[in-house]
Write a protein that binds this ligand. Structure first.
Ligand SMILES: [Zn+2]
Length: 383
């Protein structure tokens, strides 16, 4: 058994309240997944991650990046350490990406052939090759609950012809990823611990900013029959209306009983909007990356129109501000520290500032999704 997905309620706009049962636990959906790039959600320790957010529920599932862990410390080392769960002491569900996005965005001197991608490490310039089979081999060694097919990420903007050609390659690679996974899934490091369970491989819909290609890509992947589907290649600089349109056109084609994951989005109001449209899973580096740059999110005060107000904590107006970041937030940072103190930490470049800012922003994201889940429960008609 890889996963089971139960939908308890759906709303008129397509939003779904569900539960995703994975080898390392159950994830209540829709869910936001913090990104733990190098087997760490930057600056936040695991015991804190387990308790952030409303009711101290913590992060239900986190991501790790295959490209980074493959380069350092290496997937074979992590396999010998028992897999990434045991290596980083994270007992709850995890998801790994395929490495494709980082290969295309971070590495140098890429050479793409039908077989895979040759690239040089952004760390030391050493030469490497990722094929669909190798990406899955690495992800099985890491041992996340969910892994992703290896896909080509087309540059933006790209023409319809270039996007279609890239999408075709992505479909071939998806089929090869699946074939390798089915033959090797018993090799996961925790096979002996959970003998009746295995990882689940998700397909990734591509197709750039073209609705017809998005539809075609979704149809092809559904034919291949994955236990879940991701929508990739979005939030790469296009206007938000285009992102929304591509998601909507893709959701129409995906089977309603399978989990749907939009990769790499977004601002708090975006994740709320996409969850209401029927997206079950999302991830983004934004809450932690923004936190390290002093950008914090908070609920609006009376008279403010935004649903998530952006605050730049380094501004001088906060130098003697005795309020918490967000008086309505129940996170441990807002319960204890003032804006004045957080501004001081940021200005003085104290590492604690990045930690506290990250804890608040992650709590804000998790609380946003908890609120969406409650609304779906109260407003929906039972499925
Ligand atoms: Zn807070």
């Amino acid at each position: 058994m890889g996963l089971t997905f139960e939908i308890s309620a759906t709303s008129g706009s397509g939003g779904r309240r569900g539960a995703l049962h994975l080898p390392h636990g159950t994830v209540e959906t829709p869910v936001f997944m913090p990104v733990g790039t190098a087997a760490t959600v930057k600056t936040v320790q695991q015991e804190t991650l387990e308790h952030i957010g409303r009711d101290a529920a913590g992060a239900q599932i986190i991501l790790a990046n295959t490209y980074h862990l493959y380069l350092r410390p290496g997937h074979d080392l992590i396999r010998r350490m028992g897999g990434v769960h045991r290596f980083m002491s994270w007992p709850r569900p995890m998801l790994t990406d395929s490495g494709g996005f980082q290969v295309f965005s971070l590495s140098e001197l890429r050479k793409v052939t039908d077989d895979g991608v040759e690239f040089r490490s952004h760390l030391d310039g050493s030469k490497h090759f990722f094929s669909p089979e190798h990406s899955i081999e690495v992800q099985i060694a890491l041992g996340a609950d969910i892994l992703m097919v290896f896909d080509e990420c087309v540059e933006t903007p790209a023409t319809w012809e270039r996007t279609k050609q890239s999408m075709g390659l992505t479909h071939e690679w998806a089929a090869r990823s699946k074939a390798y996974f089915e033959a090797h899934k018993h090799e996961v490091p925790w096979a002996a611990e959970f003998p009746a369970k295995h990882q689940s491989l998700f397909g990734i819909v591509q197709g750039g900013m073209f609705a017809d290609l998005r539809r075609e890509s979704a149809e092809r992947l559904v034919e291949m029959d994955f236990p879940g589907y991701a929508i990739g290649g979005l939030a790469v600089g296009e206007p938000r209306e285009v992102t929304r349109e591509m998601i909507a056109r893709t959701l129409e084609v995906l089977p309603p009983d399978k989990p749907r994951y939009v990769m790499g989005v977004g601002y708090p109001d975006e994740i709320e909007e996409y969850a209401r449209m029927g997206v079950d899973m999302m991830d983004c580096v934004l809450p932690t990356r923004a936190a390290r740059h002093g950008l914090l999110f908070r609920a609006p005060e009376p008279g403010e129109a935004e649903t998530a107000v952006r605050m730049n904590i380094k501004r001088v107006e906060y130098a003697e501000d005795q309020r918490p970041i967000d008086p309505t937030c129940t996170c441990l940072v807002c319960g204890r520290y003032t804006r004045a103190y957080l501004r001081h930490l940021f200005v003085a470049k104290e590492p604690l500032g990045a930690t506290l800012n990250s804890i608040h922003n992650l709590s804000f994201y998790l609380d946003t999704m908890a609120r969406v889940r409650r609304n779906l429960e109260s407003r929906s008609t039972s499925a």
